[in-house]
Design a protein around this ligand. Structure first.
Ligand SMILES: O=CC(=O)O
Length: 327
């Protein structure tokens, strides 16, 4: 099909940080006539009419009423990534526009990130790295011993696709795995990774590492607050690879300052990035990474491929592999 006959697709958020933009754009151009935000803004009336899809390539572009009103033929927003808490699903659906996400593409890279944070915190990797490059060469590892992940207890909160992948990895570390989820997994699935279903309270009390892998919804906002942190062991570490707002951050700062828990390792915060004077940035028992759970070459490509398949299904009136709905 000639380029001008392909369905118009607006890219939002590209030009970011992953270093694969060119190849990503090339992938999209095989199926769509790709339109940038700049091109839309230059000629809203004409260009707006051509756009049938929006591809969201990074986390937080603004898709508001005004933008939707300027795109009369928009049919689908293909979100790259699983979390859609940055999109107003109800408002979008009122325009008759579908929203899709990419739960398959993100699972491995995000689970890897959870393991990386757990290991980094347990073995004090960031501190170790800072010591290794500091001018002071007179250091003793015995002064900053880590703990072993092997055979420790891991509590996974949220046992969807990513949580399950974390469990698969943790099994290789001979960890005792507890999990809490809205829906209990089947016996076969539990046995395959050696995971035991647990009530939240028991999980928090027993785990050496608590990993958050839930979607952010009104039900999970501030799921971990003062009370939950108070149930955790003083030797436990909290790891968050979901969304920052799942934790009451003020309560977390207090728990870390008072050593109610030992440490935290966070790929996500609220807001992102944190203001530079935020107390979390001043604590040495915290590791923070800049929301890079899916920032791999492989995941970025797979997300684009999954989003393309989703968007084409909508345009071709076929069953949509991964659609998300307003609650
Ligand atoms: O944060 C990453 C995602 O939502 O996939």
């Amino acid at each position: 099909m000639a380029e001008q006959d392909l369905p118009g697709l607006l890219i939002m958020g590209i030009g970011g940080t992953h270093g694969v933009q060119e190849s990503l754009a090339a992938l999209l151009k095989k199926h769509f006539s790709v339109i940038t935000m700049k091109e839309l803004l230059e000629n809203k009336k004409e260009v707006g009419k051509k756009i049938q899809c929006i591809f969201v390539s990074e986390f937080r572009p603004t898709i508001d009423q005004e933008l939707l009103e300027s795109l009369p033929n928009l049919k689908v927003i293909g979100n790259s990534g699983v979390g859609v808490d940055h999109l107003n699903l109800k408002m979008i659906s009122n325009f008759g526009v579908r929203v899709t996400n990419t739960p398959h593409a993100v699972a491995d890279s995000t689970a890897d990130m959870g393991m990386a944070l757990m290991l980094a915190s347990a073995r004090r990797l960031v501190e170790g790295s800072q010591i290794a490059v500091s001018p002071d060469t007179n250091y003793f590892a015995a002064d900053w011993l880590g703990v072993e992940v092997t055979r420790a207890t891991l509590g996974i909160i949220g046992m969807g696709r990513i949580g399950y992948k974390v469990a698969q990895r943790a099994r290789a570390f001979e960890m005792k795995i507890l999990y809490h989820n809205r829906n209990r997994r089947s016996q076969e699935e539990e046995q395959a990774v050696g995971a035991c279903y647990s009530e939240m309270e028991d999980l928090l009390q027993q785990s050496d590492f608590v990993m958050l892998v839930v979607n952010l919804t009104p039900q999970t906002e501030k799921l971990i607050g003062k009370k939950e942190l108070g149930l955790m062991k003083p030797t436990a570490t909290l790891i968050n690879i979901s969304r920052g707002a799942v934790i009451d951050q003020d309560a977390l700062v207090e728990a870390l300052q008072n050593k109610t828990i030992k440490a935290a390792a966070l790929d996500v915060t609220y807001p992102e990035p944190l203001p530079r004077n935020h107390p979390l940035l001043k604590l040495n028992n915290v590791i923070i990474t800049p929301h890079i759970g899916t920032a791999t070459v492989q995941a970025t490509h797979m997300m684009a491929e999954e989003a393309i398949a989703n968007m084409l299904s909508v345009l071709n009136c076929q069953p949509i592999p991964s659609e998300v709905f307003p609650q």
